[in-house]
Design a protein around this ligand. Structure first.
Ligand SMILES: Cc1cc2nc3c(=O)[nH]c(=O)nc-3n(C[C@H](O)[C@H](O)[C@H](O)COP(=O)(O)OP(=O)(O)OC[C@H]3O[C@@H](n4cnc5c(N)ncnc54)[C@H](O)[C@@H]3O)c2cc1C
Length: 325
């Protein structure tokens, strides 16, 4: 009988991503209510070396598929490998990150497993013995609450929703799983990094974001010192991207990325509904705008009415001082 939780890990450059540790935290919490063990599914050529390390973060078993076919990410091969691991592990719940890769792979894996998927969840819990997921709909204007009826249940969780699992120094069993797929339909020939982001936008705990009010690409670069002091990623409104101030990979919103930081600092952004669709769940919103009627102030926790080119250096200096204290 199906039991426990399996977390689908994501790794880049030989390192497990923060999202995986957030899912492990949630997985441990869910197994307290559901029973069974918390395991991890790790896909990718050469990933076996990383498997044992996951025991330190609470994984009891790690199912590894490191066949040649999963050397580079491809949706069909990864989905098949995840499905193979899930069939062996037989969990009650599969947790995936609602990251670019998770969003691409998870629906395919759900089809292979003949189950449903709750996408972009901001809460996954057990209520009355049922797995219940809460997810924003209609650009975040309301929430849908879904109850899983299929086994295994599958949920894609928004990054930065949960804390990361603590390092506790335990070991885990590593189980090798063979994927039945031998050739991927799509082959990745080259990976091109764009934007040169120091901090991954969708995983960032702090985001400094600029809008049309930044006025030029040159001015947009003035956000960098503040972002560096805060260890933040740099985001942008669509108007800033369309005006050529920022790269499209930095766009936050309905047609850009969905972010979920602890702190979102918006400079020269009016607060259009389509921008909110991508950052509404930010825990604290700080807005700087010269127009006191700007819609962003209706949602901001802290608002500064003023010219951003005056406010930005003052903010940077004050935050630098605070960090040094
Ligand atoms: C289908 C669709 C999808 C969309 N998807 C997205 C999306 O994913 N993301 C997104 O962001 N938008 C999206 N948009 C666009 C959205 O509707 C807005 O046009 C956009 O968000 C506006 O960007 P902005 O706030 O930077 O620009 P504006 O609305 O022009 O606001 C600029 C702000 O800067 C302020 N300002 C100007 N100069 C200064 C200064 N010196 N100091 C301080 N403040 C200053 C102004 O007062 C103003 O409030 C979408 C639109 C559609 C129709």
């Amino acid at each position: 009988m199906a039991s426990g939780v399996i977390v689908v890990a994501e790794a880049r450059d030989g390192k497990v991503r923060k999202m995986t540790l957030e899912l492990l935290w949630l997985g441990k919490k869910m197994t307290e209510d559901l029973g069974g063990s918390t395991s991890v599914c790790l896909i990718g050529k050469g990933s076996e070396g990383m498997a044992a390390g996951l025991g330190r973060f609470g994984a009891e078993k790690v199912y590894v598929c490191d066949a040649d076919v999963v050397d580079a990410y491809s949706p069909d091969a990864y989905a098949a490998a995840v499905a193979a691991c899930v069939r062996v592990a037989d969990p009650e719940l599969v947790l995936v990150g609602a990251t670019a890769r998770g969003k691409d792979m998870a629906p395919r894996a759900a089809v292979k497993l003949g189950t449903g998927l709750a996408s972009d969840c901001v809460d996954v819990s057990v209520i009355g013995g049922k797995i219940v997921c809460r997810r924003p709909v209609y650009s975040g204007k309301c929430y849908a609450v879904t109850e899983a009826v299929a086994v295994p249940a599958m949920a894609a969780v928004r990054p930065n929703t949960y804390p990361t699992a603590e390092e506790k120094g335990t070991s885990c069993d590593v189980i090798k799983v063979d994927s039945t797929i031998t050739a991927a339909k799509a082959k990745v020939r080259e990976l091109v990094k764009v934007g040169g982001e120091k901090v991954i936008l969708t995983e960032a705990d702090v985001i400094v974001s600029g809008g049309r009010g930044m006025k030029s690409a040159e001015n947009f670069m003035k956000l960098e010192p503040l972002a560096d002091v805060l260890g933040a990623a740099i985001g942008a409104s669509r108007a800033a991207v369309d005006s050529g101030f920022a790269d499209v990979s930095q766009q936050v919103g309905q047609t850009g990325k969905v972010v979920n930081p602890s702190l979102y600092i918006a400079l020269g952004i009016s607060g259009a509904i389509q921008h909110f669709a991508g950052m509404r769940t930010s825990k604290v919103l700080v807005a700087v705008n010269k127009d006191e009627e700007a819609p962003i102030f209706q949602k901001a926790d802290y608002g500064i009415v003023g010219d951003l080119f005056d406010v930005l250096p003052l903010m940077e200096d004050e935050i630098k001082k605070m960090m040094e204290e």
